[in-house]
Design a protein around this ligand. Structure first.
Ligand SMILES: NC(=O)c1ccc[n+]([C@@H]2O[C@H](COP(=O)([O-])OP(=O)(O)OC[C@H]3O[C@@H](n4cnc5c(N)ncnc54)[C@H](OP(=O)(O)O)[C@@H]3O)[C@@H](O)[C@H]2O)c1
Length: 253
């Protein structure tokens, strides 16, 4: 069955991906929704158009046992993956020497380890024409002091996606990294960012509905990177031209 798998489907950008997949990937017959909050996943599943089946998988992707559960499900169902969206992610504000170690590890476990593991497990089921869409961030363009671990984790996501995309060419598939600027989602409160970062107060915000649509279209077209908004396209270009040692003096959060 032609399937789309979305991690982090229970809120924010992930929910928007699920809402827009039926329009942009109309061949998809089944949606797998992954996150920890079952109730939210079930509410979303109830919204999908008739004729599209859903499977809600309540998994904590920071727990390696979740990989075994997903692996088992993939082997049992053998889906044909039209699309994998790795959207689950978290970002905590704070200096490396001051913030809780558990928060630092959670960012690495979810943004780096889980994203890589889910992708590796999904690839055997990705056919010719299949798409992987990884949610990176503008934080990937240059290190962001006070979000140093987060920005390093997203630099990994962008680098991983670039290499993966090249590997997938041989089998006629593609990988896309989407790099949004700040969005008004639960991410801001969960990460202790709300009210604590002047940078986040000043930056232009991205609308997650538009980001999701643009990213899905970019994935469909097989583009390697998609950066929403002209302001952040300019920032991405500047971060390539200006030495990182200089950039990092301006990119603190
Ligand atoms: N918002 C921004 O400003 C911004 C900017 C650039 C990039 N991003 C990226 O966009 C992506 C989506 O974030 P968002 O803004 O939509 O934030 P969000 O509303 O907080 O969504 C995060 C999603 O990840 C899931 N998640 C968190 N921990 C998990 C775990 N341990 N296991 C499984 N799922 C987990 C959450 O579901 P449960 O809590 O139900 O598990 C939720 O569905 C992230 O990768 C983030 O880094 C966000």
């Amino acid at each position: 069955m032609k399937t789309a798998v979305v991690t982090g489907a229970s809120s924010g950008l992930g929910t928007e991906f699920v809402r827009q997949i039926p329009e942009i990937f109309p061949e998809v017959e089944c949606l797998w929704l992954i996150a920890r909050r079952r109730e939210k996943l079930e509410q979303l599943a109830a919204e999908v158009p008739e004729g599209l089946s859903t499977l809600c998988l309540t998994l904590d992707l920071c727990d390696p046992m979740s990989f075994a559960a997903l692996q088992e499900r993939l082997s049992a169902e053998k889906p044909e993956l039209s699309l994998l969206v790795n959207c689950a992610g978290c970002g905590y504000l704070g200096r490396v020497g001051e913030m809780a170690l558990s928060d630092q590890c959670r960012m690495i476990d979810l943004n780096v380890r889980a994203l890589s593991a889910v992708t590796a497990m999904a690839l055997p089921y990705l056919p010719r024409g299949g798409r992987v869409l990884n949610v990176s961030s503008i934080a990937a363009f240059c290190s962001n002091p006070r979000m140093t671990v987060y920005s390093a984790s997203k630099a990994y996501v962008s680098s991983f996606t670039l290499g993966l995309g090249e590997e997938l060419k041989a089998r006629g598939a593609a990988a896309t990294a989407v790099c949004p600027g700040p969005m008004r989602t639960e991410f801001l409160d969960a990460g202790g960012i709300t009210g604590n970062s002047r940078t986040f107060e000043l930056l232009p915000y991205c609308d997650q509905v538009r980001v999701a649509g643009g990213a899905l279209r970019a994935a469909r077209a097989g583009r390697g990177v998609y950066t929403p908004r002209a302001f952040y396209k300019f920032y991405r270009a500047a971060a390539k031209l200006v030495p990182q040692q200089l950039m990092v003096k301006l990119t603190g959060t």
